[in-house]
Design a protein around this ligand. Structure first.
Ligand SMILES: Nc1ncnc2c1ncn2[C@@H]1O[C@H](COP(=O)(O)OP(=O)(O)O)[C@@H](O)[C@H]1O
Ligand SMILES: CC(=O)N[C@@H](CCC(=O)OP(=O)(O)O)C(=O)O
Length: 260
């Protein structure tokens, strides 16, 4: 049976992906994993908005999105970052096709909180036929986190949440959040190898887990299931597979804790 892994590449790391990261990606493919990528691009959107003197603000981790902000977000996500990633993958000999979540009505969404956030989406359903078609034909789909409402408005979606919704919809066995840190760090800045939702909750309360790590762990907690048993936080700057083992922080349900 084929296994599917969804990698979410954060905007913090898309410009720093290392050769060893791609070696790990190749190892996945050699081990018969079907791979798809969902990417962010928050820092690039912020830089472009600043260059154009368009104000930008985050409310509870979500970018307040006006028409002007959406226009830039779409340009940066579906244009700059999406093409950067497909070019990189092609250079590494990996066939990839870049699409926006709004193409082929792949990501359907409703307004998350129109009054306070504007054009920000909450994914309500995922049409997996487009990405399944690509994966079955040997392509890595690379998806920008934009969605459509039933009335065809385009919405900006937090990439962590988009990746989690897609992983669930395609029945992925693994979801990897690729970011700029080696994994979740504890209060002494040591890498945590394995963590469960209850410990995550207390780390959020104690502000050990903050900022951009929060949507990742929250999506992990809501997405873990009998199919998706493992969500990982890994670094894009190093190998995430070593000696057949994944390197980073494994987020698992309490009943899935490894005995080692
Ligand atoms: N406990 C933690 N362990 C590791 N990183 C953390 C933790 N709490 C907060 N972070 C922050 O989360 C960041 C990753 O999230 P973010 O910047 O949104 O990345 P991305 O663009 O990859 O989604 C790290 O660079 C780090 O500053
Ligand atoms: C609604 C919302 O916040 N959308 C995000 C989409 C990009 C993203 O999530 O990028 P990272 O993964 O790099 O953070 C934004 O506009 O920044």
């Amino acid at each position: 049976m084929s296994k599917t892994v969804v990698l979410k590449c954060g905007g913090s790391t898309v410009h720093q992906l290392s050769d060893s990261f791609f070696q790990s990606l190749n190892a996945l493919i050699e081990n018969n994993w079907k791979v798809m990528i969902v990417h962010g691009g928050g820092p690039d959107i912020t830089n472009m908005l600043k260059a154009l003197n368009i104000e930008t603000e985050f409310v509870k981790g979500q970018r307040k999105t006006t028409e002007a902000v959406l226009e830039i977000a779409e340009m940066v996500l579906a244009g700059k970052i999406n093409k950067h990633l497909t070019n990189l993958l092609q250079q590494k000999g990996l066939n990839s096709i870049g699409i926006s979540g709004s193409d082929g009505e792949m990501l359907q969404a409703e307004f998350l909180d129109k009054e306070n956030l504007g054009l920000v989406g909450k994914v309500t359903s995922v049409n997996r036929s487009v990405v399944s078609l690509l994966m079955e034909n040997g392509y890595i789909p690379v998806v920008a986190p934009l969605a459509r409402t039933v009335t065809h408005d385009t919405l900006n979606v937090n990439a962590d949440l988009a990746a989690a919704a897609i992983a669930q919809a395609v029945g992925a066995q693994k979801l990897l959040f690729v970011t700029d840190v080696p994994g979740i760090l504890d209060e002494s800045k040591q890498l945590i190898k394995e963590i469960t939702p209850s410990k995550i909750q207390s780390y959020i309360e104690d502000e050990v887990i903050t900022g951009g790590m929060i949507p990742k762990v929250q999506s992990a907690m809501t997405t873990l299931s009998d199919t998706l048993k493992e969500v990982m936080i890994v670094s894009g700057q190093q190998a995430f597979i070593e000696n057949d083992d994944f390197k980073g922080t494994k987020i698992v349900r309490e009943q899935e804790v490894s005995s080692t």
